[in-house]
Structure formats: structure tokens, C-alpha cells
Design a protein around this ligand. Structure first.
Ligand SMILES: Nc1ncnc2c1ncn2[C@@H]1O[C@H](COP(=O)(O)OP(=O)(O)O)[C@@H](O)[C@H]1O
Ligand SMILES: [Mg+2]
Length: 248
């Protein structure tokens, strides 16, 4: 049955979509964020913000298109207080961010900056991660890891093999040698390409070795990865893996 004024669209679904869109817009697109996105378009980094691929507590990730047609990912950190209380420790102990002002906006911008700087370090160290493109306020622009439409599946959505564990540990080792620890490594923050190559994502929490808890985070990362692979019968002793990632 048609409803007047909706041109035959299913009204409930339509209203739901509008509400969802309004929610997304008010969640992420405060006035400042809109300015950053429009700057990215003016600078000809972005031609289009295509659609959201993920909505998290602290950020939204969009698939986007560059003027060249290249696929990009834009991670926009939401200006909220939650990141403050949940993840403040990752900023506090990081010497790169000693001087930031301790308010909502500056902490959120610091996380975006931290993610971008960590992506740059990954690129220099040859660690498989998204290619950093540009940082604009609370928006991190990076290469899109995925096919035509969807991002590559997360490790948790795939059947794991020993090859993947070796790739991940190899990257953790390169990272350690470069003086960085991911600090939030798990089956949710590793994407697996069609050819089985692993990529670590979600670098906002990554800390340099100078952070007082860096080694604790490194051990947690290694433990998380090993215990996930164990479910697939792919095992390695924790001490052995830790010694490997710390070896020269
Ligand atoms: N560079 C990227 N390319 C493709 N998809 C991405 C990229 N970065 C993030 N994503 C997608 O967005 C999701 C959330 O990103 P992530 O950085 O893990 O943020 P958070 O976990 O803090 O919400 C990922 O699981 C992945 O599906
Ligand atoms: Mg994540």
C-alpha cells in the first residue's frame, strides 16, 4: 500500500535511512570536520566520499575516491569524550605528544596525527599497512585495502594458515626494529588480501618504545595473535615468538 508523499518508497525503511544518515552526519560531521573534508576536496586529494565502511565508537571509516580514480580510505575520528577516558594512556606516555592540550578536540586530533605518523613509520619500515596519503585535522586519508566495493576481510573472518602468522610476526619484528609497537593488535585489526597477504590496520594506539608500557603492549600483541592462530592449530611458543620479534 502506497503512502502519500513517499512516491511509492517503503516509508519505514526510507525514514529509517534518513534517520541513520542524520545520525551519521551529526556523529561525525560537526562543522570542523566538514571543513576538513571540504579542504581535502579543494586540495584535490578527494573527488568523492563514497560511503561508510565501518562505524566504530571513536571513528568512522569511509571508502573514498581520489581524482585519479584511486580508491582511498578516510578515517574520521569523532570529536567525543569517550576516546579520552578509554585510550588516554596511549597518548600520555607517548613522547611525540607530550605537549598537547588536554581537551576533547586536541586529544582527538592527536589520535588522528598518531595514526598518520605511525602509518608513515610503517611505510618506512616496510611493514604491510595502508599507505599514508595525508592528515587533515581529524581525518586520516590512506590507501584503501580492498576490492571494488568492500574492504578485505578481517583475519577473524578468514581461515588462517601458518603463512599468515609468519607474515604478522615478521611485521611485528620490523616494527619493533623501527621502534614502534602496534598496541592494539588482534584478529580485528589485521586485514587479509585475496592472495592471503596480511595488513595491519588501526594505528591510532601505536606507541614508540619510549612509552613506559611499550613492552607490555608488545607482549599483549604477540599473545593476542598467537592465541587466535592457536584456534586453527597453528601454534608457536610465546617466549619463542617474543624472542623472534625482538631479535636483530
Ligand atoms: N585502509 C583501509 N582500507 C580498507 N578498509 C579499511 C581501512 N582502514 C579501515 N578499514 C575498515 O574499517 C574498519 C575499522 O577500521 P579501524 O581502523 O580498525 O577502526 P576502529 O576499529 O577504531 O573502528 C576496519 O575493520 C576495516 O574494515
Ligand atoms: Mg579496529
Amino acid at each position: 500500500m502506497g503512502t502519500p508523499g513517499t512516491s511509492g518508497k517503503r516509508p519505514d525503511k526510507y525514514i529509517h535511512q534518513l534517520k541513520e544518515r542524520a545520525k551519521v552526519e551529526s556523529d561525525v560531521f560537526d562543522r570542523r570536520t566538514l571543513l576538513h573534508v571540504s579542504k581535502l576536496i579543494k586540495k584535490r586529494i578527494l573527488a568523492n566520499l563514497d560511503y561508510p565502511v565501518s562505524t566504530g565508537k571513536e571513528s568512522i571509516v569511509f571508502k573514498a575516491t581520489a581524482p585519479s580514480g584511486a580508491a582511498l580510505a578516510v578515517k574520521i575520528y569523532k570529536i567525543t569524550t569517550s576516546i579520552f577516558s578509554r585510550k588516554g594512556d596511549y597518548i600520555k606516555g607517548d613522547p611525540r605528544f607530550e605537549k598537547i592540550k588536554w581537551n576533547e578536540k586536541d586529544v582527538v586530533y592527536a589520535f588522528a596525527k598518531k595514526e598518520f605518523k605511525n602509518l608513515e613509520l610503517c611505510e618506512q619500515a616496510g611493514v604491510r599497512a595502508p599507505t599514508p596519503i595525508i592528515l587533515e585535522g581529524n581525518a586520516v586519508v590512506m590507501g584503501f585495502l580492498g576490492g571494488e566495493k568492500l574492504p578485505y576481510p578481517k583475519l577473524i573472518q578468514t581461515i588462517c594458515e601458518e603463512r599468515q602468522l609468519n607474515m604478522v610476526l615478521e611485521d611485528v619484528k620490523k616494527l619493533y626494529a623501527a621502534g614502534l609497537v602496534h598496541a592494539d593488535l588482534s584478529e580485528y585489526n589485521i586485514l587479509v588480501a585475496n592472495d592471503g597477504t596480511t595488513y595491519m590496520i588501526d594505528w591510532g594506539q601505536g606507541v614508540p618504545l619510549a612509552h613506559p608500557k611499550a613492552l607490555e603492549f608488545l607482549e599483549r600483541d604477540v599473545r593476542n595473535v598467537l592465541s587466535y592462530f592457536k584456534k586453527f592449530g597453528v601454534g608457536m611458543d610465546f617466549e619463542e615468538a617474543l624472542a623472534y620479534v625482538k631479535s636483530k
